[in-house]
Design a protein around this ligand. Structure first.
Ligand code: ADP
Length: 255
């Protein structure tokens, strides 16, 4: 299951990256195609010129077909925000996360049961947590603890819109990062883990999820002490807790 999740995560990240590029590329190719067909009409009627333009048009058409396929692939990766009960979500993947960090890393959690539901894509949030836990494991070569905490917090980073947010943080007491690394950590493809080990896409995926969900991410780290990655995610105001749960219970009727 872990390998499948990593595979899904790679596809997701590639999907988000290709989506933007494919879109721009498609527009450029449309302009090329338009100009070529105008050119074709103005050309002197010799066979050779016509063949050259026809070849160019066909190549551009193959290009647009390809970008359409890329766009269709990227669209499948679009976020589906829904009301999410974070405690439930975390408990659902806790075994998987424990497997990801291994036996030498203790998992601690501090998630109140009455936390307001989040408005976020639950699959993506699971992948984000997996990324953060894998990073914690890598920072905890000789073991230690990773703590996940969630709380409604008044204090929040600047730039967030009004409304209520939940702060989710994943902390480890591992090797930490120096300042220069913290600044670059969320850049796509930035990694200090060496070829074949890190992709440099973990934190950029987490950052992308936060941004696309209307939230924010903050990374704080001290070399030799540990790292905390905090995610602010919006509260699903219009949903009741019962609706956030997949199956409403009799004790908690849908209002
Ligand atoms: P990757 O894990 O593939 O390198 P990430 O984007 O997840 O990609 O992380 C980028 C870099 O940020 C890592 O290579 C590492 O240097 C640093 N980093 C991320 N999380 C942690 C952490 N919990 N502790 C120490 N360093 C970290």
């Amino acid at each position: 299951a872990l390998a499948q999740l990593f595979e899904a995560q790679k596809l997701d990240t590639i999907g988000h990256l290709t989506g933007g590029v494919a879109h721009d590329f498609n527009n450029l190719l449309m302009a090329v195609l338009g100009s070529l067909s105008l050119l074709k009409k103005r050309l002197p009627a010799d066979e050779r010129s016509e063949r050259l333009v026809t070849n160019a048009i066909q190549a551009a058409e193959r290009g647009t077909a390809l970008t359409q396929r890329l766009l269709a692939f990227a669209r499948r990766q679009e976020l589906k925000p829904q009301a999410v009960d974070f405690l439930r979500l975390f408990e659902n993947i806790e075994d998987l996360l424990a497997k990801a960090v291994g036996p030498r890393v203790e998992i601690r959690k501090c998630i109140p049961a009455d936390l307001a539901p989040l408005l976020v894509d639950s699959n993506q949030l699971e992948l984000a947590l997996l990324n953060l836990f894998v990073n914690a494991r890598d920072a905890l070569e000789s073991g230690g603890a990773v703590t996940v905490a969630a709380a409604a917090e008044e204090a929040r980073p600047t730039g967030l819109a009004g409304g209520n947010y939940i702060k989710i943080s994943v902390s480890d007491d591992g090797e930490g990062m120096d300042e220069a690394t913290v600044l670059r950590a969320a850049e796509p493809f930035f990694t200090t883990k060496g070829i074949g080990k890190g992709t440099g896409l973990g934190l950029s995926m987490v950052h992308g999820l936060a941004a696309q969900s209307g939230g924010s991410i903050q990374i704080s780290s001290t070399r030799g002490k540990g790292t905390t990655v905090s995610l602010w995610l919006p509260v699903a105001e219009s949903f009741t807790r019962a609706q956030a749960a997949a199956v409403p219970t009799a004790a908690e009727p849908v209002k």
